[in-house]
Ligand binder design. Sequence first.
Ligand code: MF3
Ligand code: CO
Length: 256
Amino acid sequence: MVTIKSKKEIELMKEACKVVAILYNELEKEIKPGISTWEIDKKAEKIIRNLGAIPAEKGYNVGIKGIPPYPASICISINDEVIHGVPSKNKIIKKGDIVSIDTVALKNGFNGDAARTFIIGNVPKETKRLVDVTRQAFFEGIKYAKPGYRIGDISHAIGEYVHSQGYCVVREFQGHGIGKQMHEDPGIPNYGKAGKGIRLEPGMTLAIEPMVIQGKPDILELDDGWTIITEDGSLAAHYENTILITEKEPEILTIL
Ligand code: MF3
Ligand code: CO
């Protein structure tokens, strides 16, 4: 069911989303060569809790037998890890890495969801372009995030843009509605047909999240039940914001 948020609920959503925006501004200074993803996770948890929120990914249960609840506060995926990388003391950030972080903060009963890919030190031009294209794909998508368009228009714009740049989108994971639940209807694939899907209406809150692979689109899940990697070992990037559909242009709630 797609939920339309009331004025009051939108105010609460904005507060949850602001936590994630502040978190990324703070984390940017911390993600340096030598730090482990476990340490980043601990710092993130502290920042989120100090802002009166809960890291909603911690203990998140997909309800599939054999898959353990998500064990950390945030997801940290390095290089060929696409999404859901599990923080570990053994994973040390080094120069030349790209580090994708995905966070959901729960505050006042509402969720805010955003992801960023950070570049550590110098990387080849082509790596920088992957990260830039992934971010831009989000902005290409939200050109259609307003009344008069449908979900498929957003999906189509993201997919077409990414492919025009010579990259692939991940097909197995998608953006989503968000609110009291981390994942609400509708699903928002990063590819699709223009003019298809439900109509966009003011009061919808959506997490739009291009996941882009430099090489082939195929992915694998590691034995931890969470970490998703590219099958061909090529790099992947992720960029996500929670947005609000209004009468006019969408509001991006997870950027300050
Ligand atoms: N934040 C992810 C999303 O964008 C979901 C992460 S799954 C979790 O939808 F287990 F880590 F929470
Ligand atoms: Co999301």
